[in-house]
Design a binder for this molecule. Structure first.
Ligand SMILES: NC(=O)c1ccc[n+]([C@@H]2O[C@H](COP(=O)([O-])OP(=O)(O)OC[C@H]3O[C@@H](n4cnc5c(N)ncnc54)[C@H](O)[C@@H]3O)[C@@H](O)[C@H]2O)c1
Length: 378
């Protein structure tokens, strides 16, 4: 006997750029992801840095909206982006007695927190709705807009995870005012990635205004700065969603958004806690820019512009962990992850990309050596 079961699942979720999401009179967050008439109770998982800086505003907000909250404050970092942390939140949800159909979990924090809470939401009773309020730049343009959740496992980045869209993501740029500059640079790396693979105008904006965006933390410090910050954020989110939407479950293994993410997982995990995610992505992009240059895909002038924008954004182009053995192992791991082929995104000029499957070890080693000397090491 034989059955073929076929079903499809419609996915709809909202990503909105909002202003002052914690304004007490604005019901958007209190209502997000819930049907009208749902209980006025929410379980909120908050990044501890955010709780310290914005905790009283969060409490005031929900009090004004007459929503009773349970709160889990989480000390996050890549080291605790783990199954154990996910289990801790799951136990807390159980104690709270969440009504999984009517009380979406709220995640307020950076990419690490959003990824863990997303995983928790997908596990709790097989699927519970959740709402994301990302508070870092990586969260706003990347971790907070797609459908991937995850935790690190056994020394590997995001090795355990699920595809579980949040009901809604509310992107409020004002949280960036309290973020340190290094984490602003970290998020700018993901924006630069999008610029390099598909949006030359976004690259021009970063080239002209990158240092100011970083210094002003994408806030309304000056009139011109405000306009550029708005444009950069909107283009980055729009570009990211345009890439993700047709391939949400990643059945198509050639993904332009994987640019900068071929060697970086291994670089990031080996250098932990020294390198941030976006910093490792930047090194990967610098390396693949060198490969693109040696293949004639990127000319020398454009390659110099790319490296100079990275420096302007406060991003590294090199780290001592980038030795041949690690890069070779990273490529092998990437091939395993991408269905047995390299499917390596490479830049084509600025604003374009192609995929290759024939990167040789010799090329990789040569690009690495060139980058090393450009970085002024040895
Ligand atoms: N799911 C996805 O599609 C996806 C995409 C990109 C990145 N990610 C993941 O995102 C993670 C990186 O995210 P991240 O860069 O946001 O790191 P993070 O979550 O660790 O946050 C960085 C630091 O900023 C602090 N912080 C957060 N908001 C703040 C604020 N408003 N003011 C002051 N401090 C604040 C945090 O406590 C933390 O110390 C990585 O684990 C990466 O794998 C996921």
């Amino acid at each position: 006997m034989h059955w073929m079961v076929q079903a499809s699942r419609a996915v709809t979720y909202e990503v909105a750029i909002v202003e002052d999401v914690l304004c007490p009179e604005d019901p958007t967050l209190a209502r997000a992801g819930a049907e009208p008439g749902s209980p006025a109770r929410r379980y909120v998982v908050v990044d501890s840095a955010v709780a310290e800086l914005h905790g009283s505003r969060i409490e005031r907000y929900f009090a004004h909206q007459q929503v009773r909250i349970g709160v889990c404050v989480l000390d996050v970092s890549e080291e605790v982006k783990s199954v154990e942390t996910a289990l801790r939140i799951l136990r807390a949800l159980e104690r709270f007695g969440i009504d999984r159909r009517r009380e979406p979990i709220l995640a307020i924090g950076g990419g690490v927190l959003c990824d863990i809470v997303g995983l928790v939401a997908s596990l709790y009773r097989r699927s519970t709705p959740y709402v994301r309020v990302p508070t870092t730049l990586i969260g706003l343009v990347d971790a907070g807009v797609g459908v991937k959740t995850g935790v690190n496992f056994d020394g590997h980045k995001n090795r355990l995870g699920t595809y579980h869209p949040a009901a809604c993501s509310l992107l409020d740029r004002s949280f960036l005012a309290t973020l340190d500059r290094r984490h602003i640079s970290n998020g700018l790396a993901e924006i630069l990635k999008l610029a390099l693979i598909k949006d030359r105008y976004l690259f021009d904006l970063l080239e002209c205004h990158g240092a100011r965006l970083r210094d002003e933390k994408l806030q309304a410090a000056t009139t011109g700065g405000e306009d550029v910050a708005r444009q950069v954020l909107a283009r980055a989110v729009d570009g990211m969603l345009e890439e993700l939407e047709p391939n949400l479950w990643e059945h198509q293994l050639e993904r332009r958004v994987d640019y900068g993410h071929s060697f970086s997982p291994a670089i990031e995990m080996r250098a932990l806690p020294e390198l941030l995610h976006g910093e490792a992505v930047s090194i990967d992009m610098a390396l693949t820019t060198m490969i693109g240059r040696s293949r004639g895909l990127v000319d020398g002038r454009d390659a110099d512009r790319v490296l100079s924008v990275m420096r302007q954004l406060g991003l590294p182009v090199w780290h001592p962990v980038c030795e041949e053995g690690l890069l070779r192992a990273a490529l092998a791991e990437t091939v395993r992850h991408r269905g047995g082929a390299q499917r390596l995104p490479l830049p084509v000029g600025i604003g374009g990309a192609c995929f290759v499957n024939d990167l040789s070890e010799r090329e990789l080693v040569a690009a690495c050596a060139e980058l090393r000397s450009l970085a002024g090491i040895g």
